[in-house]
Design a protein around this ligand. Structure first.
Ligand code: FE
Ligand code: FE
Ligand code: ZN
Length: 293
């Protein structure tokens, strides 16, 4: 079965129940959520009753909870230890986030490796490794998935080699993995039209078994632009057919595919995008009705 979904919201009131209902409304077979707003660290207490209810709903809708993805907030930066307070805060918040995943019975947490803010890649990678080794030591049955980044600003994790160095340094190999992002790969200089050679490179340098999630986004910008601006499927520089090849690549068959494409005003594009993906057919007018609303 095709594992396709999008990021959905997780509100204080409905928590995971709301996330499951939203995913189901788009025709998704999986989903990703943030445990609160991605830009801040305000998090509500996990409601165990709601979590139980959400698991019953997933069962009803045919969503496999063991493949559902959590995304850590953007403000965690394990790369920069110039300001010890901020570095400690990032580590503490990531620990808390892993404990929330555990309470929610979730097994995968996507993390942006971080930005070196002038320290350079080598020191940044050392900082990320040492933080992860400290955090994963006594942690739960949750795997941290390092996301491949566009290389915007001083982002680390923009090349397969940088991701490889981090993974090599992490002692707890069963708790570390990779989340690919097609927009980020494109913006970092990897051609999605040559996706199978990207997978070959990951396989030979790290091992494809580390890849546990893939974000499916088109890009507003050309190859190597280092911008990180997502576009709706088929409306960007990567193009629909190249993204379909990624989604249906037999080597990623059991890996959840998550859309993080932009909203059209206040309307989510995911129901329409998922329909096009299931049909493998692009429709340039797919959003006309939504825009009129
Ligand atoms: Fe991300
Ligand atoms: Fe992403
Ligand atoms: Zn992005």
């Amino acid at each position: 079965m095709l594992l396709i979904g999008s990021h959905v919201s997780f509100t204080n009131k409905d928590q995971l129940v709301g996330s499951v209902e939203e995913a189901h409304s788009y025709g998704s077979t999986t989903f990703m959520f943030y445990t609160g707003a991605p830009q801040n660290t305000n998090r509500s207490k996990i409601d165990t009753e709601k979590t139980k209810e959400a698991f019953e709903l997933m069962n009803k809708y045919g969503i496999d909870p063991s493949k559902v993805i959590v995304h850590a907030p953007y403000i965690i930066n394990l790369a920069n230890n110039k300001e010890p307070d901020k570095y400690e805060f990032s580590k503490r918040f990531l620990k808390e986030e892993l404990s929330r995943c555990h309470l929610l019975n979730m097994h995968y947490l996507v993390l942006h490796p971080g930005s070196h803010v002038g320290l350079g890649e080598d020191i940044a990678i050392e900082n990320i490794i040492s933080a992860l080794n400290e955090i994963l030591k006594n942690s739960y049955d949750v795997t941290v998935l390092l996301e491949t980044m566009a290389g915007k600003g001083t982002e680390v994790g923009k090349t397969i080699d940088e991701i490889k160095k981090i993974i090599e340094g992490v002692e707890y190999k069963e708790k570390i993995g990779i989340c690919l992002d097609t927009c980020h790969l494109n913006d970092a200089g990897y051609e999605i039209s040559n996706f199978s050679s990207i997978l070959d490179e990951i396989d030979s340098k790290i091992g494809l078994n580390f890849v546990k999630c893939i974000h499916i986004n088109d890009s507003k910008n050309p190859l190597s632009s280092h911008k990180d601006r997502h576009e709706n499927i088929g409306f960007g520089t990567i193009g629909f057919d190249n993204l379909i090849n990624v989604i249906y690549d037999s080597r990623l068959e059991n890996i959840p595919k998550i859309l993080e494409t932009p909203y059209l005003g206040s309307n989510a594009p995911y129901k329409e995008e998922i329909e096009m993906i299931k049909d493998k057919k692009f429709n340039s007018h797919v959003f006309d009705k939504i825009i009129e609303k």
